[in-house]
Design a protein around this ligand. Structure first.
Ligand SMILES: Nc1nc2c(ncn2[C@@H]2O[C@H](COP(=O)(O)OP(=O)(O)OP(=O)(O)O)[C@@H](O)[C@H]2O)c(=O)[nH]1
Length: 371
């Protein structure tokens, strides 16, 4: 593919949404890694006070902009998003695609509406990719009725973490109740083929259903209470969630962090961030994740220009924020505490085996399969 959209062609703006921990950042990073000549700009937004997602994609994209604290769908105002997108539409950047990664608690309706309402002819709406966690989506749909409406808007639904469920058929029939037409892909590691997202639009190859026409989409959005509600008194998914952010220059205790990820405080659903242990032989930057009890850790060297701080965000429903803050503070190793090298095993056992990208991706796994 030729890099850079000709100046006359508007750059597509693709929205990537999905519930907490489904695999949105994984999809984005896969796309950035495999883009091969395609120039991609990224707008990331996260729920906590520290934008962890910006840290997790940083350095991989042509241009990454991160939007402030709170959900892009209402805390970030339309003009802030419009400015961020106009900035990325500059001809000098010659981007082929702009991807907005919404926070796991965002309302994709509002985001789609904002993108459709952009007054910039250099940009066009590129569709909504909705990522679901195959292992949790049935329970999540039962718990949050609003998620069905999110699925209904999607052009492409990525059923990720296929390695964690045997009942892919059950997942498909649940999704089809809300969206009978969108292209469905099952993936491990959100490895969606780049061609599907970049050119010409995010839809299934030949037999795939048509993306909702713009008129139909606008009608659909106009019937949404949320879109017309200016005082934000409506129920947003994130209203029911709390988040606690934590940053420190103090090294962490590995065993305490492992325990925290494995047995998070009551009500915590999602933990993510980067951690520093400053233990000889383990001075890397550890990226940590926990989603509904599943722990994942990766390590790489800190770049010289990086801010070498631990930054963690805990997101949950019914989370006692004081308890979470206290537990996070307890992860820090006081200066007078001896370094316990052995305890790093509790962390390193979650690292992918040498030569594998992730423990759950078989080296010869197919990228993605229609579902
Ligand atoms: N088992 C398994 N884990 C996966 C898969 N894809 C991603 N993960 C892991 O799931 C965790 C969450 O992935 P992310 O990509 O950060 O999820 P997200 O949707 O961006 O999360 P939020 O931004 O917090 O909503 C990470 O530990 C990933 O490595 C998969 O296919 N299988």
């Amino acid at each position: 593919m030729t890099a850079g959209v000709p100046s006359s062609a508007p750059t597509p703006v693709l929205v990537v949404a999905g519930f907490l921990g489904a695999g949105k950042t994984t999809l984005l990073n896969h796309l950035l890694r495999t883009a091969d000549g395609t120039r991609i700009g990224v707008v990331v937004n996260d729920f906590g006070a520290i934008n962890i997602d910006a840290l997790l994609v940083a350095g991989q994209s042509e241009s990454t902009l991160s939007l402030g604290n709170g959900c892009i769908c209402c805390s970030v105002d339309d003009s802030e998003l419009a400015d961020a997108l106009s900035d990325l539409a500059r001809p000098a950047l010659a981007l082929d695609l702009i991807v907005i990664e919404a926070s796991g608690l965002a309302e994709p309706r509002n985001l789609v509406r904002m993108v459709l309402g952009l007054d910039d002819r250099r940009l066009r709406y590129g569709g909504l990719v909705y990522v679901v966690d195959a292992a949790n989506v049935v329970a999540t749909l039962a718990e949050h009725r609003g998620l069905g409406a999110h699925l209904a808007l999607a052009d492409l639904i990525v059923v990720n973490k296929a390695d964690l469920t045997r009942d892919v058929d059950g997942v498909r029939s649940q999704i089809r109740r809300f969206n009978p037409t969108a292209a469905l892909l099952r993936t491990v590691g959100a490895r969606v083929p780049t061609e599907l997202l970049v050119d010409p639009s995010p839809r299934a190859p030949s037999s795939g259903p048509e993306q909702l026409g713009l008129d139909a989409l606008m009608r659909e959005l106009e019937t949404d209470d949320c879109a017309r509600d200016d005082d934000h008194s409506h129920d947003h998914l994130h209203d029911a969630y709390q988040s606690v952010s934590f940053a420190t220059r103090q090294p962490l205790r590995p065993r305490a962090l492992a325990r925290f990820l494995e047995r998070p405080p009551d009500g915590a659903y999602r933990i993510k961030g980067v951690a520093d242990f400053d233990i000889p032989g383990h001075r890397d930057r550890y990226e940590v994740h926990a989603v509904g009890g599943h722990v994942g850790i990766r390590a790489r060297r800190w770049r010289p220009d990086e801010d070498r701080r631990t930054r963690l965000v805990v997101i949950g429903a019914g989370l006692d924020e004081a308890v979470a803050r206290h537990a996070l503070a307890e992860l820090q190793r006081p200066d007078d505490e001896p370094v316990d090298r052995q305890s790093m095993v509790t962390i390193t056992r979650y690292l992918p085996a040498a030569g594998t990208a992730e423990p759950w991706i078989a080296p010869d796994a197919a990228d993605a399969e229609p579902l």
